[in-house]
Design a protein around this ligand. Structure first.
Ligand SMILES: [Zn+2]
Length: 265
């Protein structure tokens, strides 16, 4: 005959000590209910809903921008050197223009969000970086029309190294399927490039702050009141910001003017 042994030396049910363990005793639960206090308040829910709505709007906006970008890919690639050489163009957010990821790794995030002293900062893949990525043979495909298409999405496995990707041709706008190029070639290069963009932004902030402190020091040395002025008012950003829509319009205007000039001659 089998004997059933019950070990009652441990509390039942046994809950492991988790950092986020929000289980409360029945007595605490009754007290909280009496005080009409919810673990998640209505205001917290409202905030969550509003954030989700804003995310949804942002997603729609990014989809529109992505369509605009790829519709004008030929224009953008014609001006690639100018874009790289013009900081207000080079630093345009490009995180929604390329997608990639792998089995076990999940999607490769082209944007990273940080909380610095309660201030949320997003650092995104930059347009100049995406153009640089497309300079690599791994990210280029010959199109049947004679144009050179660029990879805009990929997926694969780091174990087998197999991959599938899609490229878009700037000339005929056709989407091309690309198979079995090195998965690491896509994932590794893009990841390194995003890390480089993060370093660029972080170094820029550090440099701007160093500059602000030096300027502040100078003002104090000149006898300005240090009580009512602090280094914070000497901190400045990079100057003029440019969005994708403005850049495309400016590039179109430039080509139009050049065409008018050529017709005059
Ligand atoms: Zn083509």
């Amino acid at each position: 005959m089998a004997t059933i042994h019950i070990d009652d030396s441990k509390p039942f049910p046994y809950f492991p000590a988790e950092p986020n363990n929000k289980r409360e005793t029945f007595a605490d639960f009754c007290k909280r209910q009496a005080a009409e206090l919810n673990l998640v308040s209505d205001e917290m829910e409202q905030e969550k809903r509003e954030q989700a709505e804003m995310q949804e709007l942002m997603k729609k906006s990014n989809e529109r921008k992505k369509a605009l970008f790829y519709d004008n890919l030929d224009l953008i690639l014609r001006h690639r050197d100018e874009i790289r050489g013009t900081p207000r163009y080079a630093n345009i957010d490009a995180h929604y223009l390329v997608r990639g990821g792998g089995l076990y790794l999940g999607p490769l995030s082209m944007t990273r969000r940080y909380n610095f002293a309660g201030t949320l900062v997003n650092i995104n893949l930059k347009l100049s970086t995406l153009l640089e990525v497309w300079d690599n043979a791994q990210f280029k495909v010959e199109c049947s029309c004679g144009g050179t298409a660029v990879i805009r999405s990929f997926a694969g496995s780091p174990l087998s190294g197999c991959s599938q990707a899609t490229a878009i041709c700037p000339c005929c706008k056709k989407e091309i399927r690309v198979r079995n190029r090195s998965f690491g070639g896509y994932y590794g290069l893009l990841r390194i490039m995003i890390d480089r963009d993060i370093e660029k932004v972080a170094r820029n902030i550090v440099a701007q702050w160093t500059h602000a402190e030096v300027n502040y020091g100078k003002k104090v040395a000149e006898g300005n009141d240090a009580k009512w002025n602090k280094a914070g008012s000497e901190l400045h950003g990079d100057g003029e910001f440019c969005n994708l829509e403005t850049m495309i319009n400016e590039l179109k205007m430039k080509e139009f003017k050049a065409q008018c000039e050529a017709e005059k001659m």
